[in-house]
Structure formats: structure tokens, C-alpha cells
Ligand binder design. Structure first.
Ligand code: IMP
Length: 178
């Protein structure tokens, strides 16, 4: 499928599934080198990260844990910058190596909010692993250390990302047709 219509918008295939998988393979190897022996705690940010978190976890043959939190910061095709509190974080983070797993880092407001909230729990370290990163949209200064794919500042869906609820189940990444 090279084109899809979701609600009122049309999207075209931008990154095929095989390329996404190759990028996740590479990222899993990078994380293994960094975290082997440290029993990291991965924190997936719902809803978008469920897909990437699963793909990443099945490639990571190290001792690790995964949990999920929820934040709401986005509506429609533009980042509003609105964020809410983390919902569902029950784990003790003190002294743990924490990796925040995101579907996409756009302005960076969401990860900044999450990192600020996590720091209050005194983890040994915190880093970010994201499937997609839009460097041209990024407004924060904290480093996005583990990126599978860098993309231009276009609205995309697929591999967990949605347009008003649709498109999360599409394999690969689809870009909006302007
Ligand atoms: P940020 O706070 O601007 O970095 O936005 C992060 C959140 O916005 C992500 O977790 C996504 O839910 C959403 N988002 C940003 N860009 C896109 C996109 O291109 N497609 C779908 N969702 C997006």
C-alpha cells in the first residue's frame, strides 16, 4: 500500500517497513552496548510508543524491564505544547538506569516534561530512545541520544503514530501529502 487516506488527509509511503526494522536493529545493538549488565528500566510513552517498544524489546537480548506511562500533549497535526502529568508510573526509580521510549520527538516538550518528572525520582541515569526525531522542529537543549530515524519536519503516521486515532497499525512510516 503506497497511499492511504485517514480522515480528511492523504499520506504516502515514506519509510518502508524493512528500513524501519533495520533502523530498530541498529538502535537495539547500540542500547545493548550501553546497558548490558545494568538492568535498565525502559519506560514506553503511550499510546504511540507501544509499537516501537515491542519491536525494540524483542531485539534486546539483555536483562531489562519495561513499563508504560501515559501523557497527553498533542491534538491534530500541530504540536500544541500542552502536557499533563505522567499516569501509571508505579516503579521505584531510585538508582535505576532509565530509558524513555518515545515514538517521535518533535518540539521536545513532551520528553522535557517526562525527564523533569523522572529526575524527581533520583534515577542513576536517564536517556531517551525514539523511533523518529525531527531535528528541525526540536526546541529543547537536552540531548536525544538514541534515535532510530531522523526525519524532516513533516507530519507522519504509521508504526504507532496516528492522525486523530487512525494509522497506528500501518507498518512503515507514511508522510502527509501537502
Ligand atoms: P513533542 O512534545 O512536540 O515532541 O511531541 C511529541 C508527541 O507529539 C509525540 O509523542 C506524538 O504523539 C506527537 N507527534 C509529533 N509529531 C507527530 C507526527 O508527525 N505524527 C504523529 N504524531 C506526532
Amino acid at each position: 500500500m503506497s497511499r492511504v487516506k485517514l480522515h480528511d488527509l492523504e499520506f504516502e509511503l515514506f519509510i518502508p517497513e524493512a528500513e524501519v526494522n533495520a533502523a530498530v536493529d541498529r538502535l537495539a545493538r547500540e542500547l545493548k552496548v550501553k546497558y548490558e549488565g545494568k538492568r535498565p528500566l525502559f519506560i514506553g510513552v503511550l499510546n504511540g510508543a507501544f509499537f516501537f517498544a515491542a519491536e525494540l524489546m524483542k531485539r534486546l537480548d539483555i536483562e531489562c524491564e519495561i513499563t508504560f506511562v501515559k501523557v497527553a500533549s498533542y491534538l491534530g497535526t500541530n504540536s500544541t505544547g500542552r502536557v499533563t502529568d505522567l499516569i501509571g508510573l508505579n516503579e521505584r526509580l531510585e538508582g535505576r538506569h532509565v530509558v524513555v521510549v518515545e515514538d517521535i520527538v518533535d518540539t521536545g516538550n513532551t520528553v522535557k516534561h517526562i525527564l523533569d518528572a523522572l529526575t524527581d525520582h533520583h534515577p542513576a541515569s536517564v536517556s531517551i530512545a525514539t523511533l523518529l526525531f525531527k531535528p528541525d522542529a526540536y526546541k529543547q537543549t537536552l540531548p536525544i541520544e538514541h534515535v532510530a530515524v531522523r526525519i524532516p519536519n513533516d507530519f507522519v503516521v504509521g508504526s504507532g503514530l496516528d492522525h486523530d486515532g487512525l494509522g497506528r497499525n500501518l507498518p512503515g512510516i507514511y508522510r502527509i501529502i501537502q
